[in-house]
Design a protein around this ligand. Structure first.
Ligand SMILES: C[S@@+](CC[C@H](N)C(=O)[O-])C[C@H]1O[C@@H](n2cnc3c(N)ncnc32)[C@H](O)[C@@H]1O
Length: 254
């Protein structure tokens, strides 16, 4: 339980920042001892950020962590200089916690797909009463839309983060929709129950998603991924719902 957590990039970044704090502290003490001079707090923050960025590079964090690591200590200084009310930090922390929940582990944050993608996915649904699931359904837009178009089908969304899940559940009640919203982790579901599995996740999630879909989905059923391909597995079709935007990849299971 602890080791997988330590492998999460956000946890690694935090640990490296703590390590950089320690190294910076020792450096400042060394400078004070040898040269008898003190470094200003902004310079110390920049030094810590630089050490953290260098360590992040050394430990192969994705490149976009480097500017975050570099600027994090200075940003802390600036924000604390604003003397904002402490309750604001608690409120923002709780809001982002409920919105992003375990994104630091799954590496799949919330961001919605474009409404045009819903039309493109609707066109992929088989005739009859399809069983459809959006794995990581966010605020439920995709599932609610499809459920309103195809009243004979079964439309399910599963979402790990409490805030989007609650919003989608309330939206379904408000609209008297037949859509179902589950709160949980899609990795615990059996994909054999669905004709179409739709995913808008992240590159980090795709290899394991393929393994699960390939071992559980029935022949002829569709795995659909917006934006993110699956390395080493050519899709059966690719379309571009938004001109100039990301691709919609479709694999027919066999
Ligand atoms: C990029 S958003 C996509 C939202 C929605 N499907 C759409 O197309 O607008 C990805 C969502 O997947 C959720 N998620 C990530 N990992 C998950 C998991 N293992 N089980 C369920 N939901 C997950 C995230 O909380 C996030 O809300």
């Amino acid at each position: 339980m602890v080791w997988p957590l330590l492998r999460a990039p956000a946890v690694k970044a935090l640990l490296l920042q703590c390590f950089a704090f320690f190294i910076t502290g020792l450096t400042l003490v060394g400078i004070a001892y040898v040269a008898g001079s003190r470094i200003g707090i902004v310079a110390a923050a920049l030094l810590q950020g630089s050490v953290a960025a260098a360590l992040s590079f050394r430990f192969r964090l994705a490149f976009w962590w480097l500017p975050i690591q570099l600027l994090f200590p200075v940003t802390l200084l600036v924000v604390s200089a604003l003397h904002l009310p402490p309750i604001l930090f608690l409120v923002l922390f709780l809001f982002f916690l409920l919105l992003y929940w375990s994104s630091f582990r799954t590496q799949v944050p919330y961001f919605p797909s474009h409404p045009a993608v819903r039309q493109a996915v609707a066109a992929l649904l088989p005739a009859g009463s399809p069983h459809f699931i959006d794995i990581g359904s966010g605020f439920g837009g995709m599932v609610l839309h499809l459920a309103s178009l195809r009243r004979e089908g079964v439309f399910v969304g599963i979402e790990i983060a409490p805030l989007p899940w609650l919003a989608s559940w309330l939206r379904a009640r408000w609209q008297a929709s037949a859509a179902h919203f589950l709160r949980g982790d899609y990795t615990h579901l059996n994909f054999a129950d669905y004709d179409v599995v739709y995913a808008y996740l992240s590159p980090a999630a795709m290899p394991a998603l393929w393994g699960k879909a390939h071992s559980e989905m029935r022949d002829g059923c569709l795995l659909v991924s917006y934006e993110f391909p699956i390395p080493g597995h050519e899709p059966d079709s690719v379309s571009y719902p938004v001109s100039g935007g990301p691709a919609l990849h479709v694999w027919r299971m066999r």
